[in-house]
Write a protein that binds this ligand. Structure first.
Ligand code: MRU
Length: 353
């Protein structure tokens, strides 16, 4: 738990024989319920159903997933454990495809295990847990740094808009896009935030509105289709969103609907900002065209949350993410500084710093 966040989205309990504890985000905002994850299979299921979600939190979940998978393997000796490592890493990394943080967290822990061989089985799993815990600690620090740096862009009396949930629930710390609001709020500034509800799974309504409202920040919930009207009629000074994967040219994958918000922002002259840690950049990719977009079950669109809203059997397209081209992005807040303008040269320069 961080001092600024009154709950722990994801943590580890005990030593390597313990378990991962997550908030079951499918139950919010109705109930704040924690679940204990005892195996890699349970972790993958929690990731798939979005009980744990948001790119940086998935990085931590991926790391803990590897620890659990190595423990599940019940290997008799270190070499058998190392043989199961690739299978475990593939299993956990493939739970969701778009957020690079998941495979990044998995690979980081797997690499630490490979580096530390030969040790006892217990020693290898303990080492994996230590690495996964450092991903969590670093994520907390990165969120705080993004909040400090990006908070300066949130001025007194300003009106801001965000899409999906990039808050404490999406990270191990105080969030990415929402960290800038938490930070400005802590410094005593007053401002308004418009939160897109974020169809079809309502991360904006269920999670962002919940986080900001309980923090005492002036938040107004709108449906996604109201964003253009709000920009035109009320006026928005700046938009902040998170990211699931950023290619080296700055093209950014984030929750479905983000691209539409960026296009509307351009039409209305509103600066569109992304807030993301270095772990969300995928410099192997030349552009956003190479980012795999997760497609999810049609029932999320036709009968989300149990109530049927479309004819049974109708064709559905349900991509969970879209890509906003770099030219629509005014800047990216990272824990290492601001990237603006967004170009490969600037990205490499700031990330190297
Ligand atoms: O499908 P989700 O809820 O995992 O999607 C989350 C988002 O798109 C977030 O905006 C993104 O992961 C950034 S979180 C700091």
């Amino acid at each position: 738990m961080t001092p600024s966040v009154p709950f722990a989205t994801i943590e580890w309990l005990g030593d390597w024989r313990g378990c991962a504890r997550i908030i079951d985000q499918t139950r919010l905002p109705g109930e704040l319920v924690y679940i204990d994850i005892q195996s890699a299979t349970e972790m993958c299921a929690a990731i798939r159903k979005l009980a744990v979600r948001g790119a940086p939190a998935l990085g931590v979940a991926g790391g803990f997933g590897v620890v659990l998978g190595l423990r599940d393997a019940q290997s008799p000796d270190p070499s058998a454990l190392l043989e199961s490592l690739d299978r475990v890493a593939r299993q956990v990394a493939s739970a969701r495809p778009t957020a690079v943080n998941l495979s990044w967290g998995v690979e980081r822990v797997a690499a630490a295990v490979r580096r530390s061989a030969p040790l006892s089985v217990d020693g290898l799993i303990e080492g994996a847990l230590a690495e996964a815990k450092s991903i969590l600690e670093e994520d907390r620090a990165m969120c705080a740094a993004m909040g400090r740096i990006g908070g300066a862009l949130v001025h007194e009396g300003g009106r801001f808009l965000t899409h999906c949930n990039a808050g404490a629930l999406a990270t191990g710390g105080m969030g990415t896009a929402l960290s800038v609001f938490f930070s400005a709020h802590r410094e005593g500034r007053k401002f308004r935030v418009f939160a897109d509800e974020t169809r079809p799974l309502l991360q904006g309504a269920r999670l962002t509105a919940w986080e900001l409202f309980h923090a005492g920040i002036d938040v107004t919930l709108i449906t996604d289709s109201m964003a253009g009207h709000v920009m035109k009629s009320i006026g928005i000074d700046r938009i902040f969103v998170g990211a699931d994967r950023i290619a080296r040219n700055g093209d950014t994958a984030n929750k479905i609907g983000t691209y539409s918000v960026a296009v509307l922002a351009k039409e209305h002259g509103v600066p569109f900002w992304v807030v993301a840690p270095s772990s969300t950049f995928d410099l192997r990719l030349q552009s956003g065209a190479e980012i795999e977009i997760e497609e999810r079950d049609p029932s999320e669109v036709t009968e989300g949350f149990g109530s049927r809203t479309a004819p049974a059997g109708v064709k559905v397209f349900n991509p969970a993410f879209d890509v906003t081209p770099a030219p629509l992005i005014a800047g990216i807040v990272t824990e290492r500084g601001l990237i603006s303008p967004v170009s490969e040269t600037e990205i490499r320069r700031v990330l190297a710093g």
